[in-house]
Write a protein that binds this ligand. Structure first.
Ligand code: NAP
Length: 351
């Protein structure tokens, strides 16, 4: 997807990730429309970003979805990107009777809502030269968090749902026999479903298809031209492994890597022992959390300041040279925080 010149609807654009996306895309010269229930939040975000538009939407309500789709397609005929981002996450307890209200609202908001919203706009999107649907899922769709079982399952379902239109779009693009090096099987080009010849793509698709390299949207097709219709049997079986390929898969000891990461987390957040940094962090460690400065020294400096923080380790998963840990932080912010920390480990050091 090109990152400017689009008309983009972002559900849940009044806060959090949706707002972040809305503002970033607004700055890149897209026409952004944010949607949600709290009109005061939407109004405030739009006011802070002159030119941004907003619309009231309750994604739980099919009538609201339908009304918004009708309004937007009339008012914004160039609408070509839908970001299904609105979502809710509630703590549940699978060891007791299900809370019916929680179940229905989570499924309706996180799964049925985005499917309905996509369905309401799909014909309009297919008429655009380039169109994209983006669904915000979650790592919890791959590695469920037991205390949010319903939420995690909606994200797994959304991931699955996302795959189907992607493959449909590829199939239609590929069936237009004149697939050229510049016109490949990019799954997000929904226009390809009706107009195979109009899928204007800059580069990469063909090469990726030929070599059957996993791409983020998972272009797994391989065939005599740029794309085929059979799944590549040689592709890694696990979704995680295709998402997180190791540089040196064969040489990695994943159990040792898990131990290293657990020592890091226990040392840093439970024992408050800053020497873990010297023992388990590589000097060229890269920090991807935007609120923590880069490099190992920043972590070493941070550890002694974490007074009042408690940390509970949950599930630990290793894949290639990556280790992911579910943890619960209390005292990091005003509310307890459930996070998945991802580490890359090489030669016994976190990088
Ligand atoms: N934060 C994370 O660590 C994380 C990680 C993975 C995935 N995600 C996913 O990222 C998305 C955004 O989450 P966030 O963390 O940015 O949370 P957030 O700030 O609470 O944002 C959720 C947004 O969804 C909207 N929303 C909720 N129910 C709605 C409804 N019935 N109709 C319309 N809009 C509704 C809310 O707006 P109104 O209340 O105004 O309606 C709100 O703006 C969610 O899909 C979440 O599952 C978050």
């Amino acid at each position: 997807m090109k990152l400017s010149g689009n008309t983009i609807l972002i559900t849940g654009g009044g806060s959090g990730i949706g707002r972040g996306l809305a503002e970033a895309l607004h700055q890149r010269e897209n026409h952004v429309i944010i949607a949600g229930r709290r009109t005061d939040r939407l109004r405030e975000v739009a006011k802070a970003n002159p030119g941004m538009a907003w619309v009231e939407l309750n994604i739980e309500d099919p009538a609201s979805i339908s009304a918004v789709a009708t309004k937007l397609t009339a008012e914004y005929p160039k609408l070509n990107v839908l970001v299904n981002n609105a979502g809710i996450m509630n703590i549940d307890d699978v060891s007791s009777a299900i809370d019916e209200k929680l179940l229905v609202s989570t499924l309706t908001t996180n799964l049925m809502g985005p499917i309905r919203m996509t369905g309401a706009l799909i014909e309009h999107l297919k008429r655009q030269t380039e169109a994209t649907v983006i669904n915000t899922t979650s790592v919890l769709g791959f590695v469920p968090l037991a205390i949010t079982a319903v939420y995690s399952s909606t994200k797994a379902a959304m991931h699955s749902y996302t795959m189907s239109p992607s493959v449909q779009a590829q199939r239609h693009a590929c069936q237009g026999a004149r697939v050229s090096a510049r016109r490949g099987c990019r799954p997000t080009c929904l226009a390809a479903t009706t107009n195979p010849g109009q899928c204007h793509l800059p580069s990469l698709s063909r090469r990726r298809c030929e070599f059957s390299e996993p791409m983020p949207t998972r272009c797994w097709w391989r065939g005599p031209s740029s794309c085929g219709t059979t799944l590549d049997p040689t592709r890694p079986r696990s979704l995680l492994s295709s998402m997180m390929r190791s540089e040196q898969n064969n040489e990695v000891n994943m159990e040792t890597n898990k131990e290293v990461v657990l020592k890091v987390l226990k040392g840093a957040f439970i024992e408050r022992d800053a020497t873990v940094v010297d023992r388990y962090f590589s000097p060229d460690y890269i920090q991807h959390n935007p609120v923590i400065p880069n490099g190992p020294r920043a972590i070493a400096n941070l550890i002694p300041t974490l007074k009042g923080l408690s940390y509970e380790i949950g599930m630990v998963v290793a894949e290639g040279d990556l280790v992911m840990v579910h943890g619960r932080y209390v005292g990091w912010g005003p509310k307890p925080l459930v996070a998945v920390d991802i580490f890359k480990v090489k030669n016994g050091k976190s990088r």
